[in-house]
Structure formats: C-alpha cells, structure tokens
Design a protein around this ligand. Sequence first.
Ligand code: PLP
Length: 386
Amino acid sequence: MTVASSSSKIIYVDNAATTRLDDDALALMFDLQRNFFANPSSAYKLSRPLKKILRESREKIAACINAEPQEIIFTSGGTESDNWAIKSVVLANFSERPNIITSAVEHKAILNSCAAMENLGCAVTKLPVDKFGAVNPNDLQKRILPQTKIISVMLANNEVGTIQPIKSLVETVHTAEKIFHTDAVQAVGHIPIDVKTLGIDMLSASAHKFNGPKGVGFLYVRDGLKILPYIDGGAQEFSRRAGTENVPAIAAMALALEKNCQDINQTAEKLSAYAKILLDCLQSNGVDFTLNGGKNRLPGHLSLSFKDCDGESLMHRLDLKNIFVSTGSACNSQQTKISHVLQALKVPQDYIRGTIRITFGKENSCDDAKTIGNHLVKILQPCQNQ
Ligand code: PLP
C-alpha cells in the first residue's frame, strides 16, 4: 500500500500485524453504528434488521470457510478465540488433569493459554518443527497420550508464514479420537480454507488480519462439539458467548472476508509476485540472507534473516524511508530477545539477529516491492561488505 499523507508516501508491508480496514467495510460500519443502534436481542421491530444482519453475517462467514452458519460464533478476535478453544476443552475435563498438545511455533495467544492451564496442573506438550517450521504428523502421533484432550496447531505461522500439513494432522488426531483446534488467524481470507474437507473441529480467526475491523473475530466450532462458554452471561451466540454483539463490527468483518475470498487466488498470485521481485532484487545484488519458512508459505509473506545485521536497526532505517516492516511478530516488537519461532527453526546464529518480516497486502504494488528492494540493498551492502 502506498498512501499519500500530507508530507510523504508510506509503504506499509506489515500486513501480518494488521491490515487496513476495507473502505466498503468502513462505510457499512459507519452506517450501522449511526442508523441501527438497537440491541439485536430486543423483541421489538427496531431490532429486526439487526437480527437479520447478524444472521446474514454468520452465513457469509460460514460460506467463506465451507462451514454451517450455526458453527460460527462471534468473538472479540483471535486472542479470545484461542483462549476459549484451549481453556474450554481443558476445563470441561479438568478432573482428569488433561494433556494439551501444541507446537513450538504458536502465537502467544495459544502458548500463554496453555501456560495458564499448565499453572493449574495440566501437562503441555510442544511439538518440534523442521527447519521450515512445519510439524511432522508422525511426531504428533507419538506424543498423543490417553489423557490428551486437545491438539492445537496453527494453520499458518505469523512470523515465517509456514502453512502446516493440517489435513494429515487432523487425520492423526481423529484416529486417536481427540479434538483438533487450529489458530487460522493468519490464514483466513488469504488462502482457501474448507473446514469440512480438512475435518477441523475448531478454528480461530480475527477480522483485522483480513481487512476487517479490530476487536472482532470468530471461533468456528464443528456441529456436535460441545464446548463450555468462555464468557458467561446472557443468551447471545446460542448461549455460548454472552454479551451484546458488536453488530457494526461483525457486519464489516463479514463483508471484508467475503471481498477477500472473492479474489483470493488473484490476490495470492499478486502478492507472490511482489515477494519474488523483492527476493530477485536482493539476490541479484549479492545480499547475503536466508529466507525462513520454506516453499509452502502464505503468499507475499517474507521472513528474511540478513547475515551479521541487526533486524531492529534495519527496521528503523526503513522506517526513516517511510517503509514499515516488522522485526518479528507484532507481539514481540517490544522485546529485543530472539523470537521462539526463529529459534525453533534453528536459523543460524550469524543470521538470526538480522531478521525482518515483510508481509505484502492487496494494496501494495510491484513498485513497492522494487522500492523496498533498492533501499535494502543500499542499507545492507556497506555493512555486509565490511
Ligand atoms: N494468532 C495469530 C497467529 C496471530 O498472528 C495473532 C495476531 O497477531 C493472534 C492470534 C491474535 O489475534 P488478535 O490480534 O485478533 O487478538
């Protein structure tokens, strides 16, 4: 995205951290906020349009991932959906001190939900990953115990973009008659997802990662799977998640997801082309770097580790040029310690500190990719040729 501001243009390539709200979604939110203020749970006719909007939003979202409308439960975002999935299964089986299996490269929303359950006395098993960040289904199979109740492996990684072999993982989990949850926050709206074909039991998503508003998301819960409510109160969301629904945000989320899914393959092709332009530019100029995450990655998602460099200063040097990238995941950007994901991938020591994440979005252009490449070459050549 190149945005004209009052003084200069910016190139925003941190779309894994968040995306810009879609214009139509914003207009819809504004209209609903202003003109449809009634509580959707009220019985009078003023509430009818709001009930309809909620129903249609659920239908739209369900269609995007091949789910049924009643399998979509609105939440406040990815973090809440992840907390809910893990904690509800554990708490429902608490007397058995359940074991949770997850992977070493999950987002903190999963890792810290597991840690909270560990503090209460449950056991947590973290699956290793290969050098690309992928979990091996055989490793999972070996670690499933009788007391394992839930396996949670993300669909696509937020730092390196690796897409996990979800179908094989689900098959392994279901053979052992356990529950499979996936944190699909980075994947929904970016790669086609069919929950029925994949056989997923629960899936977390967040609107602000697919050009929807912040503070809203959903949890997909397969029909027939009983989960405890995470927020107790009124009867909203089929009595599974209490609290008056944020109808404008939910409607905007549904519209943004529907729009992204309509062009999902064309957008993916475009973003992959931008990534290639940037990689070609770095390679043809002899820059010494590794690309983390292997081939099966989210489109336009680049985690690059530059030899003998400091990722944080690279990020600041690009910031001075109005190019916005991240040093790792947004949740880690306050900390200088090396990310658990890069460590799990065993990125070589002389590269690991020089990591930045560039995630193209649908509003970027080929020119953005060329501009970033040229700036990186200018910044990196003097320090790498010392
Ligand atoms: N899971 C993953 C993989 C993420 O990338 C993020 C956000 O960065 C989250 C969960 C948390 O989502 P939210 O910001 O909606 O709470």
